[in-house]
Design a protein around this ligand. Structure first.
Ligand code: FDA
Length: 313
């Protein structure tokens, strides 16, 4: 793995660095590039603007590794509130806006009962999404949680067959998971993977990750489910388009997805060609881990961030 990426992903787990970065006066203006705001109102406003521009969205209430039950319940309630607000604003029609959920934010990390608690909370969020007429996608965290997350997915899909999940191409196991989840009704968001993983479970070289991404995309695009190609990589996007033609997939039977604030012109260009382009919109006060993973993906962003901090000292 790139040493700078390694350091940044380590910093994502460090409380000392978290305090330094979150306390820096300039940080918020830099963070705003990736996160439209802290409140539900900010989130709904961002979705409204994007939908107005012909894009779809998935909202993520920021926060991960929740270690107390009260907090996990608060995150569940935040999802229920924002789904209701999206629905009231007419933004859930046709699944224009859905939500993405990290199981660690709703209780998965709460000891031996964590998985059960996360499943209960996820059920309640799915019920709210169902009432609002939209869907839920489970984010994927580090590899120690993959089996648990896929088990929760299977459980939720018994009541809500439209629940989707993220698969990370950098994990050696993922081609197999793609085969398992390529069937009718399945929704899979394929990404490269953003966590610091050991070489025993994941490819570390970019070239290997890219090749794995293509192999996984081929499986999903040839299947009967709804592939969601989550990437900013121009080569992956071209290959996704070619796979759609090869598999005679009409536009709308698959999606391209990108993160809020990254390659925004390309997002609009793809939407203007008739592709479904969904933007992942994170909101909330607990932005540190998400922000550090975005810095780790692109050293140029780190330079921008450090220069901004220095010029404001
Ligand atoms: P790659 O990192 O190779 O970048 C390709 C090009 O995209 C770069 O050259 C640059 O032009 C641009 N780019 C990429 N990142 C950028 C950045 N931060 N700033 C500016 N430009 C950038 N991961 C995970 O482990 N679990 C998850 O649940 C999710 N969920 C998720 C949802 C969605 C909708 C997306 C788009 C991504 C995720 N991810 C994720 C993150 C994903 O795993 C991956 O880390 C990033 O998408 C970066 O990988 P790319 O495919 O964009 O390629």
């Amino acid at each position: 793995m790139d040493p700078l990426r390694e350091v940044l992903l380590q910093a994502a787990d460090s409380t000392a660095v978290r305090n330094l970065v979150q306390g820096a006066p300039v940080t918020r203006s830099v963070v705003a590039r990736y996160i439209p705001g802290e409140t539900e109102r900010d989130a709904v406003a961002a979705c409204s603007t994007l939908v107005g521009a012909g894009l779809s969205t998935t909202l993520d209430h920021l926060g991960e590794d929740t270690t107390d039950l009260t907090r996990a319940r608060a995150v569940r309630d935040a999802y229920r509130r924002v789904l209701s607000l999206l629905s009231d604003a007419g933004l859930t029609e046709n699944g224009d806006c859905e939500v993405s959920v990290k199981l660690s934010a709703i209780g998965q990390a709460l000891g031996p009962d964590g998985n059960k608690i996360a499943l209960e909370h996820a059920h309640e969020i799915c019920a709210a999404a169902d009432a609002a007429g939209t869907t839920v996608t489970l984010d994927m965290e580090d590899h120690t949680t993959t089996d648990m997350t896929l088990a929760v997915l299977t459980d939720l899909r018994q009541d809500y067959p439209w629940v989707g999940a993220v698969l990370q191409a950098y994990l050696y196991r993922t081609e197999g998971d793609c085969k398992d989840l390529a069937g009718e009704g399945s929704r899979v968001r394929l990404c490269k993977g953003a966590y610091r993983e050991p070489e025993t479970v994941a490819y570390s070289e970019k070239r290997d990750v890219d090749l794995a991404y293509v192999r996984c995309a081929k499986i999903l695009m040839a299947g009967k489910g709804r592939p969601m190609l989550a990437t900013h990589d121009p080569r992956m996007i071209d290959i996704g388009g070619a796979l759609a033609v090869q598999n005679r997939r009409p536009q709308g039977s698959y999606e391209f997805q990108m993160l809020y604030g990254i390659r925004t012109e390309e997002q609009r260009r793809l939407a203007s060609t008739g592709e479904t382009m969904r933007v992942y919109v994170p909101y909330g006060a607990d932005w540190y881990g998400y922000f550090m993973r975005r810095l780790a993906e692109r050293p140029a962003n780190l330079g921008f961030f450090v220069r901004s901090m220095m010029s404001n000292r």
